[in-house]
Design a protein around this ligand. Structure first.
Ligand code: SAM
Length: 268
């Protein structure tokens, strides 16, 4: 199966809605908010800065461009109409914040018009990530900042013992939903090749807490996909979903992934 995030607008509405629900759950988790705060709150933007998020999903991270990064105005660009509508509903009353349908490889932004471009968990899903990086370089002002953050997906795990079957569900989910598995280990090279000066690179650990709301969406969607593709009988998939829920109830669930952020600057 092709990564559904790589052409979300072409997926049926039920799939787009399920992904929007998962994105909302992830964005609202305190541990995820902490990651965004770690790399967005010390960017040095000029007065009145205009920031753009490429691949803005349900809009929470675009909102962070104003509240954490200190931009005056922020625009989210996103191909899925379901996502854009959800973002507009969430943030209708926020001054300076807007969303539009578009493709990060070909935006309608003018050359040299943007102070900050953000790609938060976008590049792992895009075939040809170099084209998105080139578009960011085109639209940024000289001295403008590019911030990239994504999962280091090979570190994702729910394993709590040898041969733990839940971990296979996580691995299957990554296999089915990530186009560029190694993107954060290669992005510095891509940015340098596109003419960016490299800034700070940081690792951010994510461990599911409390109700593990987002990680359960990963297990549930992974188990359902295993049933759809014939890896498991539907009853087995349901049993694995129950196993994860039960672990959360019994405080034995463990879900982890490392994220990496990379800051870069357009020279000038
Ligand atoms: C994992 S979601 C992340 C959404 C948001 N950045 C967040 O962290 O909540 C990835 C998003 O990138 C979008 N996307 C995929 N390809 C894109 C492209 N070529 N241009 C713009 N957005 C794209 C998807 O539709 C999806 O909403």
């Amino acid at each position: 199966m092709a990564d559904p995030y790589s052409n979300l607008a072409a997926e049926d509405k039920a799939m787009q809605t399920a992904i929007a629900d998962a994105m909302d759950a992830r964005c609202k988790e305190p541990a995820q908010m902490a990651i965004r705060k770690e790399y967005l709150s010390d960017l040095d933007l000029p007065e009145g800065a205009f920031a753009v998020e490429f691949g803005s999903g349900t809009g929470h991270v675009t909102h962070d461009l104003i509240t954490l990064a200190g931009a005056d105005r922020a625009l989210g660009i996103e191909p899925s109409p379901v996502m854009v509508q959800r973002a507009e509903t969430h943030f209708a009353s926020e001054p300076g914040l807007s969303f539009e349908i578009g493709d990060a490889k070909r935006t309608s932004l003018e050359d040299g018009s943007v102070d900050l471009v953000l790609m938060h968990t976008l590049l792992c899903h895009v075939p040809g990530p170099e084209d998105v990086i080139a578009e960011a370089h085109r639209v940024l002002k000289p001295g403008g900042i590019l911030a990239v953050c994504d999962g280091d997906y090979d570190t994702a795990t729910a394993q709590i013992a040898d041969f733990d079957p839940l971990d296979q569900v996580v691995r299957f989910m990554i296999d089915q939903n990530v186009t560029n598995l190694w993107v954060m280990r290669r992005v510095a090279g891509m940015l340098a090749a596109s003419g960016f000066d490299l800034g700070k690179r940081r690792a951010h650990s994510y461990v599911a807490e409390g109700e593990a709301t987002y990680y359960l969406t990963v297990i549930n969607r992974g188990a359902e996909r295993m049933a759809e593709t014939g890896v498991l009988f539907p009853e087995t998939a349901e049993a694995l979903k129950d196993e994860a829920r039960r672990r959360v109830e019994e405080s034995t669930f463990f879900g982890f992934m490392s994220y990496v952020s990379q800051i870069a600057c357009k020279p000038g």
